[in-house]
Design a protein. Structure first.
Length: 194
């Protein structure tokens, strides 16, 4: 199955394929809460780096490894962040969801929950994938708690996994959801959104 750009829409959020024209709205979203200063989330280190951040994931998309989205708050039409599938492995029917970041005003709202519901539905129901991974910084307690609330299972810690933009060598926590767990995870996410 070919993985190609698609728009996903729910009650609170619309996920649109990321393009270079999203540079200015993403700069505005990252400025809400000064996400540039985060040491535990991979966000461009400054507004000047946003175009390179976008181009890098579009290059990954062209190679079939990534599928990036902007996250739009439907009530306002405002772009509030970004997320993507990465490490897409169609032969193994597996992908990771990550590089998710949200403007401070969109954090701890229904936006992230519904965005993950839309992405997971695409992976498990349309693509018929066996597994979706979610990986976060071991120091990012907020993200770890949010991933567990989704219904994902923690599998372990990837030691010295990545070098962060600031140079810190990061340990990452690996979580997953498998196809057999999807119906229960989906029901939980839908209940949270009600």
């Amino acid at each position: 199955m070919e993985i190609s750009p698609v728009t996903l829409e729910g009650r609170y959020v619309r996920l649109e394929p990321l393009t270079l024209r999203h540079e200015a709205p993403l700069i505005a979203a990252a400025s809400d809460g000064e996400l540039w200063k985060s040491t535990v989330t991979i966000v461009p280190s400054s507004p000047a780096n946003m175009i390179d951040y976008i181009q890098a994931t579009l290059d990954g998309q062209a190679q079939g490894r990534e599928l990036p989205f902007v996250i739009m708050r439907k009530s306002s039409g405002e772009i509030v962040g970004s997320t993507r599938f990465y490490e897409i492995r169609p032969a193994d029917r597996c992908a990771a969801i990550g590089y998710t970041w949200l403007a401070k005003s969109a954090q701890r709202t229904a936006i992230n929950t519904e965005a993950k519901l839309l992405l997971l539905t695409l992976a498990f129901e349309r693509w018929q994938y066996n597994r979706v991974e979610l990986i976060t910084d071991v120091l990012n307690e907020q993200s770890r708690a949010a991933i567990l609330r989704l219904g994902a299972k923690q599998e372990g810690i990837l030691r010295r996994h990545l070098i962060m933009p600031g140079g810190r060598v990061r340990d990452s926590v690996l979580f997953s959801i498998i196809a057999e767990e999807w119906p229960e995870v989906k029901a939980g996410l839908m209940a949270k959104l009600r």
